[in-house]
Design a protein around this ligand. Sequence first.
Ligand code: ATP
Length: 250
Amino acid sequence: MEEIIRIHQLSKHYAGSERYALKDLSLSIKKNEIFGLLGPNGAGKTTLISTLCGMIKPTSGELRFNGLSYRQNRRKIQQQIGIVPQEYALYPTLTAVENLYYFGSLYGLPSSELKRRISDGLHRVGLTDFAKKPIKTFSGGMQRRVNLLAGILHRPSVLFLDEPTVGVDVHSKEVIMALLHELNAQGTTIIYSSHHLNEAQHFCTKIAIIDAGKIVVEGEPQQLIASVNGATTLENVFIHLTGSQLRDYA
Ligand SMILES: Nc1ncnc2c1ncn2[C@@H]1O[C@H](COP(=O)(O)OP(=O)(O)OP(=O)(O)O)[C@@H](O)[C@H]1O
């Protein structure tokens, strides 16, 4: 499979911090993978995703997207990226359509095409009847579905997801996961970060476990499970490799 993201010896040190958030991290992500970035609290997952989205600059190291260097092509790369953050990016007083129209227009989509995509998207996630209601009246599951649509209206080639199903009921979760599988089948590479190890085990085609800013292990979920004596789940592998010590940093 063709490579879409190459990370070479990436390090990030935040000003004033006692330790590196990422240290000499190297990774290759292939087109069309569903790549899970897992790790304990403070491992460096958000820092890595924010760097790959071009939102923060690394202290050192090399990053490439489709062969392009981030240094010279940041904007071009950002147009091909979709981000679905854990915190809702939505404006509570605006309706679902108004929110989606705002996010879609940031990517310069023509109005008629954007309206069509919004209408199709809301239909796809079962929210047509709520299109003109303010987001503040939506349940957590409804907001997560709109949050996901906001990140995919411009049809990104790589989609970053941070805990896409946290706080949602099983029905909303099924709709979200089905839509993500559909996007992946249409060619979207997915980079997924979560603490839901069971979800990751079934959803991801490849997984990297990060701890203290470094890759501890990477591979297909079943390969990783088979590599640890007595492990039957990804959670067993995770605990075996990262230990059971609490990660409390301030
Ligand atoms: N803006 C910042 N300034 C200083 N230190 C930061 C900043 N953001 C993150 N860090 C530190 O960098 C390290 C990695 O944090 P990061 O948020 O990337 O981890 P994470 O794996 O996403 O954690 P979590 O699972 O808790 O979201 C932590 O030690 C954190 O305290």
